[in-house]
Design a protein around this ligand. Structure first.
Ligand code: SAM
Length: 241
């Protein structure tokens, strides 16, 4: 199929085969991209359903469902300690492009940023833009920011758990990865404290290394997601287990 603009729509926007676009979406499609009535685009609900649609006078019309096969074979959750400044915007955009399913912003002992509700909405919007751009069928979910200790106590595991830790003599992430859902944690610029590492290990996290160099927190998040995506897709392509 030719390259068509993708737009994430909510279930409330879809009714009887039509899509009521939001003002900003209409503006973007018709004013910025200069699409005309009758031109086609891809609408996606961000939860796996995607349709070919066309622009109408007042509403858009769904033409037919479209099969999209761009998701990783196994669910990936990233718990990431919030870096300072706008570093998390960058992280959300890049790991969303690489296929993450869920991002949990973590407040650790050495986290400097104090997140607010506006920030979470902003990150969710960035994740949607990244999903559109990278032609995914799901939009990664951004969880509410949570204290690391609380997260360890409250959250059930979303797969085998790995803690990225630059100290110690940990195995390489690539060698430790299973062909299954995984959950990975990345620390803040100042690193995890020893108590935080011990608390994670106590609930089943395995410390892993990303190599001999110390990466910035933002770089580490992108490296982790690239390693996991490459490992999952290599095995899918070659049929390895
Ligand atoms: N200030 C810390 C230090 O010097 O030990 C470095 C923290 S690093 C900038 C931020 C986070 O990225 C770490 O908490 C860890 O989760 C991850 N990270 C960076 N480099 C890593 C590596 N080589 N192996 C595993 N994790 C790494």
């Amino acid at each position: 199929m030719a390259q068509l603009q993708r737009v994430v729509v909510s279930p409330a926007q879809i009714q009887d085969g039509t899509i009521t676009l939001e003002k900003t979406q209409s503006h973007y499609l018709q004013r910025v991209l200069r699409l005309k009535v009758g031109d086609r685009f891809i609408a996606m609900d961000g939860q796996g359903q995607t349709w070919l649609a066309k622009i109408g006078e007042t509403v858009a019309t769904i033409i037919e469902p479209v099969a999209v096969d761009s998701e990783l074979p196994h669910w990936v959750t990233l718990a990431i300690a919030l870096p300072k400044g706008s570093g998390f915007d960058e992280v959300v955009r890049q790991v969303s492009e690489l296929g993450v399913a869920r991002i949990v912003p973590i407040i650790s002992e050495r986290t400097l940023l104090q997140p607010n509700a506006k920030k979470q909405a902003r990150w969710q919007k960035i994740a949607a833009e990244a999903a559109e751009q990278s032609e995914r069928s799901i939009v990664p979910l951004i969880a509410e920011p949570i204290q690391w200790k609380k997260y360890l106590q409250s959250e059930p595991s979303c797969g085998q758990r790995f803690l990225c830790w630059e100290r110690g003599d940990s195995p390489a992430l690539l060698d430790a990865l299973p062909q299954a859902a995984v959950e990975l944690a990345i620390g803040p610029e100042g690193g995890w404290t020893t108590a935080e590492v011990e608390a994670a290990v106590a609930v089943g996290y395995q410390p892993v290394s990303l190599g001999k160099r110390i990466l910035r927190a933002v770089t580490a998040a992108v490296a982790v997601m690239a390693i996991v995506a490459a490992a999952q897709e290599r095995c899918t392509a070659t049929g390895q287990q």
